[in-house]
Design a protein around this ligand. Structure first.
Ligand SMILES: Cc1ncc(COP(=O)(O)O)c(C=O)c1O
Length: 391
């Protein structure tokens, strides 16, 4: 289970899990040849940034999302940041975000200069509680950023209705939910301008950083296209001060190859989630994530359970060679970098409780039924007391 070795004379120590939390190996086995051919073509063409592959990927991803435009950028943070900038959000504005999310959601808002207004999530769905949003709207509120956390869709119809009533923009953070649906419409296509990430562990993962903006508004698309490239509308013309956030040709070609298979891969993910639901019924105090219904079709970027014995269970699974993860062990408002916002322990109790109770089980592409059954068997053993440590 452990691997020791030396690299350039320096010792290293790595835990080798029988079931790692994440692996791309089996996913890539199936597309290795195609990847190799695509890379060779890029090297031969000699064009590496904002080229043919990027343009084709943008077209194909917009078709997939059913939005008019897709603008590929360097990462998910920048996709959010540029979306907010495109909507004119900045100093003096307020933006509503969920209390429980990846810190990048908060950081993108802060980087625009706008004031961040966190709203608590529903602990059952992990997503922003639409019933709590209205109380946080002020005259300065400009936008709501719902995050489809762990691949579970937010209640988008309620959020869009609220936004319309108060004349607000909606920017979906779809970094974890490519392929999820809310009421037969894909997440990432509801808001005025939406953002996603292609970080390798994401549902549609590149071999490095990547992200995209999805919108059906031509003006927003044109702004984003220029802003990501130093504010350049066309070569040597800079009408605005932008940033450098471009998707390279290698990542675009990887994403094109994977996008063709995404719907099938997502169905496999859902099948694996169903196995977890089946095998984790009435086990200990475990609360499983929402499985979806007529209106909500999640995509299970993570399979996140809640339990009071989280830390002990995690340790026991590790002993059995099963790696798990915690998303997220410290809520954003209690991270040192965000202390200046003035939130204290107890400010956002739901987010704080989730950070203590959530545990993400392995659900990567290519994980086999017998491996999921093994994870569940060890979990059941833990709660039955056979592992001797459940309290
Ligand atoms: C919900 C959410 N938003 C934003 C991001 C930022 O994406 P990236 O890491 O590509 O900048 C991530 C990924 O880490 C995320 O999970």
């Amino acid at each position: 289970m452990f691997k020791r070795g030396r690299v350039n004379g320096l010792p290293y120590f790595r835990v080798m899990y029988t079931i790692p939390f994440f692996s791309m190996a089996r996913q890539h086995q199936k597309i290795n040849r195609e990847l190799g051919e695509a890379f060779a073509k890029i090297v031969k063409n000699g064009w590496f940034i904002l080229g043919e592959q990027g343009v084709l990927f943008e077209k194909e991803f917009a078709q997939y999302q059913k939005t008019k435009y897709c603008i590929a950028v360097g990462n998910g943070h920048d996709a959010l940041f540029i979306s907010l900038k495109a909507l004119g959000i900045g100093l003096g504005d307020e933006v509503i975000v969920p209390s429980h999310t990846c810190q990048a959601t908060w950081l993108a808002v802060i980087n625009t200069g706008a004031k961040l207004v966190p709203v608590e999530v529903e602990s059952s769905t992990f997503n922003i509680d639409p019933g709590r949003i209205e109380n946080s709207i002020t005259k300065k509120t400009k936008a709501i950023v719902p995050v489809h956390l762990y691949g579970h869709p937010c209640t988008m119809d309620k959020i869009m209705t609220l936004a319309k009533r108060f004349n607000l923009y909606v920017v979906e953070d779809n970094a974890q939910a490519q392929g999820a649906f809310y009421k037969s419409r894909m997440t990432g296509s509801w808001g005025h301008c939406n953002a996603t990430s292609f970080y390798p562990t994401k549902i549609l993962g590149a071999l490095g950083d990547g992200g995209a903006i999805m919108t059906s508004d031509r003006k927003i698309a044109e702004f984003a296209m220029a802003f990501r490239n130093y504010g350049s509308e066309k070569k040597d013309v800079h009408a605005l001060l932008g940033i450098n956030s471009r998707l390279d040709e290698v990542q675009a070609s990887v994403l094109r190859i994977k996008l063709k298979r995404l719907s099938i891969w997502n169905e496999n993910r859902r099948k694996n989630a169903n196995l977890y639901f089946e095998h984790l019924k009435n086990v200990g105090d475990i609360q499983v994530p929402p499985s979806g219904n007529m209106n909500e079709k999640p995509v299970f970027h993570q399979f996140v359970i809640q339990t009071k014995s989280r830390d002990k269970l995690k340790k026991q699974l590790e002993r059995k060679g099963i790696e798990t993860a915690i998303h997220y062990p410290t809520p954003v408002h209690l991270q040192k970098a965000y202390q200046y916002l003035g939130y204290k322990k107890g400010s956002l109790p739901i987010a704080e409780k989730l950070s203590q109770n959530v545990l993400s089980l392995p659900i990567w592409l290519g994980l086999e039924a017998k491996e999921i059954e093994k994870v569940c068997k060890e979990i059941r053993k833990f709660y039955s007391g056979k592992a001797g440590i459940y309290s």
